[in-house]
Design a protein around this ligand. Structure first.
Ligand code: NAP
Length: 280
């Protein structure tokens, strides 16, 4: 008999998060406040354009405001920082999201650091990251927070479990590793120099894939009964795990699309409302 598989439905989790925001947005509206997220897009990368549009549309659907700043590919770091400073100074803007990657001639770190901590809703500044690492961030990085929200929604235990994260980027692999550690998981973080990666992944009760390579994680790497979270999003709606293969071994798995992606957006909206309430 095949054990029942749990498909971790990100749309369901996202809807619950957004439903809870509606009343809070209405209360803010009574005070004349509309939560506002500013997104900055540098250049015209089509995927980045899509992400920015999706975030703007999600704001509008909930009656929130979104400001979109489109900047030319040729912009300098100084000019980009000046744009961010304008948004920092604008009391009507509650959060600033710089869509990345930015063109390679720009100092991305300098641009992220320019975002005021009160408007850093994605934990991209050094201080935002550090607060998240200590476990007391107001706005932990959105995709890692979304991953934990999915695990919590489905009451998947974290404490005492061995979590294996593949990827160590500052916006995803590293913060999610720290957040799982803060929830008392034993965490292994893998990266491109990890030797015997497959063996490391086989230890995972929870496997988080954040690699940026389509169908990278194979089914026979997954310990029977493990929970697989696919944070990846590649061209053609393909995740970082081989879904069909991993489904055979996992007890629970997030699909792509409709897994981590919609919960990330819902988390960003939640952080924007949190920031607006804080200001109010
Ligand atoms: P990234 O900055 O490119 O980082 C990729 C990580 O994977 C790096 O740490 C890299 O290791 C590691 N890696 C690369 N090749 C590897 C290999 N052969 N073996 C083991 N590790 C390897 O990517 P990211 O921004 O973290 O994004 C990761 C994925 O998540 C992408 O698919 C992206 O589209 C997706 N994403 C989704 C959301 C969402 O809302 N769902 C949000 C953000 C990103 P090194 O550090 O050694 O180079």
């Amino acid at each position: 008999m095949t054990a029942e598989k749990l498909i971790l439905d990100g749309n369901r989790v996202a809807e619950e998060i957004k439903d809870r925001l509606k009343e809070r947005i209405a209360r803010l509206s009574d005070q004349g406040i509309v939560p506002c997220l500013a997104t900055i897009l540098v250049g015209d990368d089509p995927s980045s354009e899509t992400y920015v549009r999706m975030k703007g549309n999600a704001c509008k659907r909930l009656g929130m405001e979104s400001i979109r700043i489109d900047l030319p590919e040729s912009i300098s770091t100084e000019e980009l920082v000046a744009e961010i400073d304008k948004l920092n100074a604008d009391p009507g803007v509650h959060g600033i999201l710089l869509q990345h990657p930015v063109p390679s001639h720009i100092d991305e770190r300098a641009a992220f650091e320019a975002i005021h901590i009160d408007k850093d809703l994605d934990g991209v500044t050094t201080l935002g990251f550090a607060r998240n690492a200590f476990g007391f961030a107001d706005y932990p990085s959105c995709t890692p927070a979304a991953i934990l929200a999915i695990l919590d929604y489905y009451r998947i235990p974290i404490e005492g479990k061995h979590a294996v994260v593949i990827g160590r980027s500052p916006i995803l692999g590293k913060p999610v590793s720290l957040m799982l550690l803060n929830r008392n998981a034993t965490v292994t973080t893998c990266h491109s120099r990890t030797v015997q990666l497959e063996e490391a992944v086989r230890l995972g009760d929870i496997v988080v894939a954040a690699v940026g390579k389509p169908k990278f994680v194979r089914g026979d790497w997954i310990k029977p009964g493990a929970v697989v979270i696919d944070a990846g999003y590649n061209t053609g709606n393909v995740g970082d795990v081989d879904y069909d293969e991993c489904l055979q071994h996992a007890s629970a798995i997030t699909p792509v699309p409709a897994g981590v992606g919609p919960v990330t957006i819902a988390t960003l909206l939640k952080h924007t409302v949190d920031a607006a309430e804080k200001r109010a």
